[in-house]
Design a protein around this ligand. Sequence first.
Ligand SMILES: *Cc1c(COP(=O)(O)O)cnc(C)c1O
Length: 341
Amino acid sequence: MIDLRSDTVTQPSDGMRDAIANAQVGDDVYHDDPTVNALERMVADMLGTDDAVYVPTGTMSNQIALRVHTQPGDTVLLHTAAHIARHELGGAAHNSGVTLKGIGGEQGAFTAGQLLEAVPTPHPALPAHLFDPVTLVCVENTHNDAGGTVWNREQMAGVLDAAKDLGIATHLDGARLWNAAVATGTSVGDLASGFDTVNVCFSKGLGAPVGSALAGTHTMIKQARRFKQIFGGGFRQAGLLAAGAIYALENNRSRIADDHTNARFFAETIDTAASVRVDLAAVQTNLVYFDVPDASSFVDECLAEDVSMLALGQSSVRAVFHLDVSHEQTAAAAQVVCAIA
Ligand SMILES: *Cc1c(COP(=O)(O)O)cnc(C)c1O
């Protein structure tokens, strides 16, 4: 089986399993787990923040960020197709009592101008408290639903400047920030700079079994630790899991380039099939979204040929490249897609 459903389906390697088996652990709720503490320091140093907190999932990391930056009744601006808007099950309303206001925009990104348009301008004759309080803007890099697309640096700098001028906090959902860094030849620290908080995931392209981190200032991460506990994320000997994340950071970052090469090869190959449509410009990292006339029957037929992908909607199919997919498997999967198409 060639499993292209997601980069979350990876199996820990022997080296990673050894690191996990040999991890020193303590009680993370007492802030006493040396491996978790080491991971948190490592992430904060990489992202250039004061501190970071290790949490079970990227969803929890984003939800904690929303809770840290907002009060009930606030408005949060983000791309219409953001993970926080589409795949966190109304968590923003449930956990933080906030309204999400989507901004459209090419390839999962938006401009400073679009951000300014989305912020209500108080009428000079009316008191400012009669207008929606926008307190947070979220940016997703790479952008999952847009195709694993990478934000343009100048455009992001413009959005950060605009938010700063308005006194609006900023959160970066960098579940795949590692991919964005590899794709642009920059560091995750560069891509994270200017944001108040940053979520990064270890369980996607890096291939660790569990966990994400939320990074930010001392004050924000202190609050984040409180909400982690409230949301039920206080996990005790979590060093066993953190050891997998440290192993992934040390061993699996540069090889992400192979996933990008495989995704590109796959996209260009299947693009030659008459009934397949791929937006090649959106294939920038490890995700490939393509359209076929009937996604769900197409995916079933591919599965019968041992290639597993996700049908997302009527016509859209997603294939994701990760450390358990070799170049040979990529070529074989592309052949199956072409044959069935
Ligand atoms: C996967 C993902 C998350 C959530 O991570 P989980 O660990 O699956 O909860 C958040 N944001 C983006 C962009 C993602 O792709």
